[in-house]
Write a protein that binds this ligand. Sequence first.
Ligand code: ZN
Length: 135
Amino acid sequence: MKLDHLGVAVRSLDEAIGAYQALGLAVVHREVVESDGVEIAFLPFDGGRFELLEPTGEASPVARFIERRGPGLHHVAVAVSDIRQSLGDLKARGLRVIDNEPRPGANGSMVAFVHPASTGGVLLELVQPGEHVGE
Ligand code: ZN
């Protein structure tokens, strides 16, 4: 298991990107992920990436997160080589998952979320990177 990215919920992607650019980071990928109701931007750093998430509508889970808690750290994502296997293992060990099956994520990846109730209050995302790693 290896850190893939830190998901940060933001109200405005453009404003947040400006702030992260001031830290010396650069956007390498930007995409609307319709299935999650977000527009995302990836900004790599040594050892991982930030994933900034702006909700595309009020029904977006990220919009509800910001409404309840304000902008901030939304999830931690770890890269796995076989997501179907990892998800099955977690379920077999009794962890509560949000996605019973892996589903398409950003940048050609497959993703599945583990419920914070099983991970000390942290929303955990499993990511099996797609073909376009490092894009
Ligand atoms: Zn993510």
